[in-house]
Write a protein that binds this ligand. Sequence first.
Ligand SMILES: [Zn+2]
Length: 341
Amino acid sequence: MCEPEGVRLLLYTHPACWEHDTGGWHPERAARLDAAIAGVHRSALQVVEREAPEAPIEALCLVHLPSHVARIRDFCLAGGGSLDPDTVASPGSWDAALRAAGAGLAATEALEAGEGDAAFLAVRPPGHHATPSRPMGFCLFNNIGVTAASLAQRGQKVAIVDWDVHHGNASQDMFYLRRDVLYISTHEFPFYPGTGWIDEAGKGEGEGFNINIPLPAGTAGDVYEEAWVRIVLPVLQEMQPDWILVSAGFDGHADDPLANVNLREPDYGRMACRLSRLASGRLVFFLEGGYELEAISASVAATLDGVGGEFPDLTGAESPPRARHMVQVALSQAAQHWDIG
Ligand SMILES: [Zn+2]
């Protein structure tokens, strides 16, 4: 057990997030929110429901160009359509995107005020591919980036832990030159969006504060365990961030139709339990990807039960040999900047 019982979870969402209409075929659909929220209520945590407020434009502009914000607004309000081959928007997407970006700002304020022990943001559109200047990969604004930048502006040290199966290219780019926001990601590689190789390690002041652990298709919980024990956890322990923000995608689940990693619910529980031990009261989960509804629901429940102290056993699933090798290579890179290995 990692944490005492009775953990209070702040659940942020807003009806506007259902009105981001991606059409009848798109995997990033409103039913994902229903699945995530069902998962929240399947967990044993005490849940306090909150409405996500709109992010102020100034907060969006901490990580996005004003021209990007204006383009998204104008495009949505003019009726929407396709922003790129993957990314679509509808008239309702503007309010949804503002709420999705505002949820993290409200959640961190509420946690600072002692109103809960952790927060889960059931919001869409997701965020970690949205760059300063363009929407990308189902994302309009970088929700986790907005919150991280806002906390950093107030002198807080932030770690972004990205366990979505895709690399968060935009989160990496936004903080690449900075040491007050660490970005650390496990992701399938090679895979969309193509970034996330080991030598992308930050630059200047930020050197060493960007850590990529790219993993081959077929990687399962055994090698995630190794990556966490050997890299993720020791780095977080050394950094001692004030906040841990999680890009919590559930598309690394074995049943997810868009990717090829083989995580199961207990693997999410183990990761979440360990984070809760490191950042009790300063832990926020941002819903990113995840496209199989039951996998989302069960994985969200396992994540939150992990926050509540449950530390499930490994499933026994085995990764291809190359996966373990990639952890070793990522460790060698990270050990140039951190006292690990
Ligand atoms: Zn993803």
